[in-house]
Ligand binder design. Structure first.
Ligand SMILES: N[C@@H](CCC(=O)N[C@@H](CS)C(=O)NCC(=O)O)C(=O)O
Length: 319
């Protein structure tokens, strides 16, 4: 079953950014018509820059699903052409792999597998994408529900001491908080960055900071979002915090404050960064390169900024 069945609505302001619904949404599970839960059958394609994909990778590492689900990594820099003939679609390339080819799928660009799945596919070629290796098709791009599947129906493949990231007694609260985090933080920064009017930008930007202010208060009193229990919600908030100062602050103009200016949020983000599953899936170079060089429409000279000094994420350099 999908835990979040309706795609969250976007606000109706003119010029506001509207994220498209996901196309491949068949859930993993044990009921007829669901994607079978089988070790070695799927390949998760991600970009280290992408927050929606990175959260799948953090969950996979925390749960110990590395042997069950293989991973392919795309280059943070998009291959040309940067827009398709409709001026919309772009692609991701496997240029980090030897020969520029994903060693399992034997493809150079992500579009190849989307179009092999459905030659009439008209959507964007997005990560995260789960590929079923048995049938060589994209089977799930539902980043909103994806981590819930890793956390629940994939349980038989978790390592022995894996944390329960989606505990039964907190599910309703986690789902409700994740929705708020999605609207106002995860996608909130995109709404500010991709707004096409001053009004839509201002509205999105303001909502981001109202929510960060509220989360600052919550985390001043609590180690994680739900007390001492690390949950799916922490992964979702972390991926945006990890990109905030390095990318969103400039590229998406959410520049009222940095995460470093919030004592509790900064301490929280750094405490998560000290957990290997978070740190090993956080690549500040990929984040900076992707957002500054591929997502920032104002960066006409294509310059990569030097800052921030990300060495202060680790405790050794703490002030
Ligand atoms: N599948 C989702 C979210 C994932 C998403 O937006 N991924 C980005 C990277 S952060 C992507 O792959 N974008 C490719 C594109 O827009 O062409 C969607 O369609 O909105």
């Amino acid at each position: 079953m999908a835990y979040q069945t309706s795609f969250p609505d976007e606000p109706p302001l003119p010029g506001s950014f509207k994220r498209k619904p996901n196309y491949f949404t068949t859930p993993f599970g044990f009921a007829p018509g669901e994607l079978p839960v089988e070790k070695g059958r799927y390949r998760l394609i991600w970009s280290k820059a992408c927050p929606w994909a990175t959260r799948q990778m953090i969950a996979r590492s925390l749960l110990g699903l590395e042997d069950a689900i293989s991973v392919g990594t795309v280059d943070p820099v998009r291959p040309p052409p940067y827009r398709d003939e409709r001026g919309e679609r772009t692609d991701w390339a496997f240029s980090l792999d030897p020969g520029g080819v994903d060693p399992v799928l034997k493809i150079k660009t992500l579009s190849e597998i989307y179009l092999a799945t459905d030659s009439g596919y008209e959507g964007r070629f997005t990560v995260p994408a789960v590929i079923d290796l048995k049938v060589r098709k994209v089977v799930n791009t539902d980043y909103f529900n994806m981590s819930y599947y890793w956390e629940t129906v994939w349980k038989d493949f978790h390592r022995k001491d894996a944390p329960d990231l989606f505990p039964q007694d907190l599910r309703e609260e986690i789902i409700a908080l994740n929705e708020v985090i999605y609207y106002e933080v995860n996608n909130g920064v995109y709404k500010a960055g991709f707004a096409e009017t001053q009004e839509a930008y201002a509205d999105a930007c303001e909502k981001v900071f109202i929510r960060l202010d509220e989360l600052e208060k919550r985390l001043a009193k609590s180690r994680y979002l739900f007390g001492d229990r690390l949950t799916d919600s922490d992964i979702r908030l972390y991926v945006t915090l990890a990109r905030f100062d390095a990318a969103y602050y400039n590229c998406f103009r959410v520049n009222k404050r940095r995460v470093r200016d919030y004592p509790a949020l900064w301490a929280y983000a750094r405490s998560l960064y000290r957990i290997p599953a978070f740190r090993e899936n956080t690549d500040f170079d990929h984040i900076k390169i992707h957002y500054h060089l591929c997502c920032d429409r104002g960066n006409v000279l294509h310059l990569l900024p030097k800052g921030p000094d990300n060495s202060d994420w680790l405790p050794e350099r703490s002030a």
